[in-house]
Design a protein around this ligand. Structure first.
Ligand code: ADP
Length: 396
């Protein structure tokens, strides 16, 4: 079965075509700068890359370009687009309603629209992608996979904030958590690598990319996660501040900062970028720090320290810890950060093996000592594969 996975952002659509159940990927790519005079298509197939300027004034047109490309006689990988049996969509917010992936109906579209209130930057473009795909492939099964779904097992003790309870009742203000598809994927992979049933494994998963979140997975289920009502809470990220004293915002409001400015500050001008004053990109910061840039070093140190705090907290939450997993652009590629986060943790049973940690291959590997009580793994995340798997199961 050919399954197309779509991740629609505000001005881009990423796509990957899967042959299921084998899981082969005959083609993948993206259209960027949708809505501008000229958009950019990057299409990868058969070990080759095709880049071209295309016209995509909206997502609808972008989707048409993708489908034409997939069925193109020279660079395409299917004879007709009708070979695509199902489409899996990444959707950021599923509120409290969606505990797993679902086949998209009018009712599901209505709910995703409703939850746009909670994820105004993400759900609307996700929906635009869904509508464009429904229009372009009316006979395909359309499936929605939610970033929040894996975290719907978090108990009230971890999702209710210390605010008046009616704020939750009236507005559904609570911890939702994000990156769920990634945390679920790497936690399951980890249980498999350890040869334990996924319902028995206690794992802390660290998804460290531009956005970062840490999840406590108990017996296969998410029981706590660092992101909250929005992806702003938790560890320090590329441009997001993570946990801060909320009174800082009142204090700054008194100094004349309005809500718009505070929002932009916390989401776009904080984190690694804000602390270093130089970059939100970890690679740049590591270079600057190596050249003696003190603020870049401070940003990296804070980044590591906050992750370490969450690992400690979630060790207490889980009671028994079997494994820690690092994933995402930083988690998968950066030995120094993994070492720092795990340093001095032999008390709780984490003992990193430097050679394994610093090795670049295989990408998926154990990086702790054989006798480390807690196993530590690097596991490349593959959210698209997880979405393709769910879509296949539902479409089948
Ligand atoms: P996104 O959250 O946008 O999907 P990624 O998961 O690709 O982002 O992660 C991006 C981050 O990963 C950036 O901070 C980047 O610097 C970092 N990164 C990628 N490769 C490396 C590397 N080899 N060493 C250190 N950091 C890296």
């Amino acid at each position: 079965m050919k399954v197309l996975v779509i991740n629609a952002g505000s001005s881009s659509i990423k796509y990957q075509l899967f042959d299921m159940p084998a899981g082969d990927v005959p083609a993948k790519g993206m259209i960027e700068r949708i809505g501008e005079a000229q958009s950019q298509l990057t299409h990868k197939y058969d070990g080759k890359t095709h880049s071209a300027a295309v016209t995509a004034k909206d997502h609808e047109q972008g989707m048409q370009v993708i489908l034409q490309t997939l069925a193109d006689p020279t660079i395409g990988v299917v004879k007709k687009v009708s070979e695509i049996h199902a489409v899996g969509h990444r959707v950021v917010h599923g509120g409290e309603e969606f505990t797993g992936s679902v086949i998209i109906s009018d009712q599901v579209v209505g709910s995703i629209e409703r939850f746009a209130d909670l994820a105004p930057l993400h759900n609307p473009p996700n929906l635009t992608g869904i509508r464009a795909a429904m229009h372009a492939l009316p006979d395909a099964v359309q499936v929605a996979c939610f970033d929040t779904a894996f975290h719907t097992t978090i108990p009230p003790v971890a999702y209710i904030y210390g605010l008046p309870y009616d704020i939750y009742e009236k507005y559904r203000v609570r911890r939702y958590g994000f990156h769920g598809t990634s945390h679920r994927f790497v936690a399951r992979r980890c249980a498999k690598l350890m040869n334990i049933d996924k319902t028995k494994a206690n794992i802390i998963t660290c998804h460290l990319g531009n956005g970062c979140s840490i999840t406590a997975v108990k017996e296969g289920k998410s029981v706590d996660t660092s992101m909250g009502l929005t992806p702003l809470e938790g560890v320090v990220m590329g441009t997001r501040c993570g946990d801060i004293d909320p009174a800082i915002l009142f204090y700054l409001a008194d100094k004349g900062y309005d809500i718009k400015k505070l929002n932009a500050m916390c989401n776009k001008q904080s984190g690694l970028l804000g602390i270093s004053g130089a970059s939100n990109d970890m690679r740049n910061l590591l270079e600057l720090s190596a050249q003696g840039n003190e603020r870049a070093k401070l940003a990296i140190d804070i980044f590591n320290y906050r992750i370490k705090k969450y690992v400690g907290t979630y060790t207490a939450v889980l009671g028994r810890l079997d494994a820690v997993v690092f994933t995402g652009g930083i988690g998968e590629n950066n030995a120094f950060i993994r070492k720092e986060v795990c340093s001095g943790q032999t008390q709780i049973g984490i003992d990193i093996n430097d050679k394994r940690n610093e090795a670049k291959e295989p990408k998926e590997r154990l990086i702790s000592e054989d006798n480390s009580r807690v196993s530590v793994f690097v596991i490349p995340t593959d959210e698209e594969r997880a979405i393709a798997g769910d879509t296949y199961e539902l479409a089948k």
